[in-house]
Design a protein around this ligand. Sequence first.
Ligand code: GDP
Ligand code: MG
Length: 296
Amino acid sequence: MTDTQHCGYVALVGRPNVGKSTLLNHLVGRKLAITSRKPQTTRHNLLGVHTEGSAQALIVDTPGIHDPGSRAMNRYLVRTATSVLQDVDVVVQVVERIRITDDDRLVMGHVAKSRAVRICAINKVDELDDRAKLLPQIEALHALGVFGEIVPISALKNDNLDRLKAVVLARLPPGPHLFPPDQITDRSERFMAGEIVREKLMRRVGDELPYHATVSIEGFRAKSGIVEIDATIHVERDGQKAIVIGSGGARLKSIGQDARADIERLLGRKVMLRLWVKVRPGWSANDSALRRMGYD
Ligand code: GDP
Ligand code: MG
């Protein structure tokens, strides 16, 4: 590689749950994106920055692309993910080993229309007993003519990610770096704190609250050595509020303890976290309510 700087945008796309956010975290080497077994965990396009020598990749994690239902939140998620494809330099579509679904094919349709360099990452190969089983899938993917490169990986186990990084970095266009080499995201500490609370919420009550909960940060104050954070969990119904709080407040307390530990690790400072739960009927079905909550 020469001394000329290279810099470009890389989008991670794919149907929900294939491992895009896990991949972003392992590519930048720190936990940026929240993950869970629940689809719709990722709601925002989040930028991770990976700098290696003269190349800087600005990696966008996207909400999963899938068949848009009728609800406003669903439409928002699909719009954010597909609009990213218009203006990135490299697209990495993540699929799961062996199993290619209709939703995967739907995403490929969008990817095929993008002018970006197109790469397919076959994730979760750690779940295979025999790697030879991948060969027919790799051939079938090649035959589609959509992807220039197909790279089997395990995002979770860090397997073959060096190869994926090399393939991506080699495709970035010449251009000056946009971030200092030690910066790993464009998001504020305040934003990251809200996402961490949401992750703990999704992990503890995700099955009972598919779309209906979101988190806003009302206060974020740094005082001598301690950061005081006020966060509100918004739900749609009284019954959901009761689920989040749990009997005797036990569930809310454990969400708060887990979140505080992660936020302290992220900020490298002591944190005092106060959590509130509020009922706001019908917010996720309503576009203007979505905008007020910051999804625009
Ligand atoms: P996203 O919806 O595409 O962003 O998927 P996530 O990154 O949130 O991951 C969805 C689930 O798949 C989580 O439970 C991850 O731990 C799991 N996962 C992600 N990558 C791998 C992998 O390489 N191997 C295995 N076995 N599981 C993975
Ligand atoms: Mg995700």
